[in-house]
Structure formats: structure tokens, C-alpha cells
Ligand binder design. Structure first.
Ligand code: PGA
Length: 253
């Protein structure tokens, strides 16, 4: 096993009111609140961030946001900035999730600014990359990943590259119940690692790369055992305390 620390993040997406988020984190804390050997992260919607941060304070659970704007402030109606997140002790942020790229107009150009902005602001970015089904069938998976990784990391100072977490999420596997085969996941993630090594060899060896897309308690062991997979970005299965805790336990094994 590599000496990269395992990382399990739950992406709650647009689920849970504040009351429901409180309930979920209260159910999670007895199960994962004292886990010291794996980074355990939850990513609630903006409105629940403060409540979940307050509930998780003093535990090992870290709270990340699901997106942020690249500017600190300004006329950007409906957006949230890095200083607003750090003010309430949010520790990181998902950037470039495929749902934001596909449904909310997130561009590679904006991500090029968001990733270094997060780091400068004291937030750990989880940069999401991944191909559509059509791109995979056309044989364009590597081309797509190269483009997304290069754009997303281009403006990150070399000495901070290893702090970024990258999530490989094949779009055809997200929320569909279709999971990448271990071979597909390992190949794509090894390719992403080689791309980061292309920026800086040492950073590529150290960077954590997650798998995401229909990861559940029953397929987690197989995916988390792959040599280049350092953890998971979990959607649906993170909405249930028992299944998320089981995935965290699997990562510790
Ligand atoms: P899923 O979502 O686990 O529900 O497929 C993963 C994600 O979008 O991060």
C-alpha cells in the first residue's frame, strides 16, 4: 500500500435541509468521528455548512463545500466565495463536479482560477474530472482527462500541487448504478497520476486520486484496493450514515 493517506468524501449534492443534515451528521459522528487514519469529509449544501461544521467541531470529520466562485467578492448573483467558506471553518471544496460542468455551465477556464484560489484561501480543492459514455466509446477518455487535468492544475504553484485532491468520476457511472470495472478505474487513475507527474514527479507520487461513480459498500473494497486509488467521492451512498460509515471502514482495512 502507498503511504498516501486515504480520503473518503461524501457529496450530499442538493440533498438534506438543515435539520436533516444535522440528523445525518449526528448519526455519522459515533461511527466515524474518531477515525484518525483516513481523511473523512462530508460536503453538505451551502445552507447546512455552518450547522454541520458546528456539529463536527472537535471530531475527525472535515466539512467541505460543493463549489465556490473564483473571485473573493463582487457582482456575481447567487455565488459564494472562498472567504465566506473559510469564515465558517469549511476546510475544502469540490470543484468542477460533472453536474456543475454539464448542468450549470462550469467552464475549464473558471476552474483554472478556482483551484489555485481555493489553495491560496486555505481550502483543499477536490478537482473532479471524467469522461462521458460517448467519449469513452469513441476512445477519447485520455484526451478528455488530459485536457481537464491540465487546465485545472495549470496555475497551481508546483510546490502546492500535491495538496490538491483529484476525483476521477466517469460521468456514465455517476448516479447510474453502473460502476467502472477495477481495470477501467485503475487505468484512468494511473493516467491521471501520470499527468500530475508530468507537472512535477514528486507531486504526482503524493497527490491523492479518488474514484467516484456508484461506489457503494458492496463494491468499495475492490475499488479501494487498486494501487493508484486513494479513496472515493461518494454520492448516493453518503446520504445514509450506515453505508457511508461502512465505506470509511473499508478504506481503513
Ligand atoms: P454517486 O455520485 O456515488 O451517486 O454515483 C458520485 C458523485 O457524483 O460524486
Amino acid at each position: 500500500m502507498s503511504d498516501r493517506r486515504r480520503f473518503i468524501a461524501g457529496n450530499w449534492k442538493m440533498n438534506k435541509t438543515i435539520a436533516e443534515a444535522e440528523e445525518l451528521v449526528q448519526a455519522l459522528l459515533p461511527r466515524v468521528g474518531a477515525v484518525e487514519d483516513v481523511d473523512v469529509v462530508v460536503c453538505p449544501p451551502y445552507l447546512s455548512l455552518q450547522a454541520v461544521v458546528d456539529s463536527a467541531r472537535g471530531s475527525a470529520v472535515q466539512v467541505y463545500a460543493q463549489n465556490m466562485h473564483e473571485q473573493d467578492a463582487g457582482a456575481f448573483t447567487g455565488e459564494v466565495s472562498a472567504p465566506m467558506l473559510t469564515e465558517i471553518d469549511v476546510a475544502g471544496v469540490i470543484l468542477g463536479h460533472s453536474e456543475r460542468r454539464q448542468l450549470c455551465g462550469e467552464t475549464d477556464r473558471a476552474l483554472q482560477l478556482k483551484v489555485p484560489k481555493a489553495l491560496e484561501s486555505g481550502l483543499i480543492p477536490i478537482l473532479c474530472v471524467g469522461e462521458t459514455e460517448e467519449e469513452r466509446e469513441r476512445g477519447d477518455t485520455e484526451r478528455k482527462l488530459r485536457h481537464q487535468v491540465q487546465e485545472g492544475l495549470e496555475k497551481v504553484p508546483k510546490e502546492r500541487l500535491h495538496e490538491v485532491v483529484v476525483a476521477y468520476e466517469p460521468i456514465w457511472a455517476i448516479g447510474t448504478g453502473l460502476v467502472a470495472t477495477p481495470e477501467q478505474a485503475q487505468d484512468a487513475i494511473a493516467f491521471v497520476r501520470a499527468l500530475v507527474q508530468g507537472f512535477d514527479k514528486e507531486a504526482g507520487n503524493r497527490v491523492r486520486i479518488l474514484y467516484g461513480g456508484s461506489l457503494k459498500p458492496d463494491n468499495a473494497a475492490e475499488l479501494l484496493a487498486l494501487p493508484d486509488v486513494d479513496g472515493a467521492l461518494v454520492g448516493g451512498a453518503s446520504l445514509d450514515a450506515e453505508s457511508f460509515a461502512t465505506i470509511v471502514e473499508t478504506a481503513r482495512a
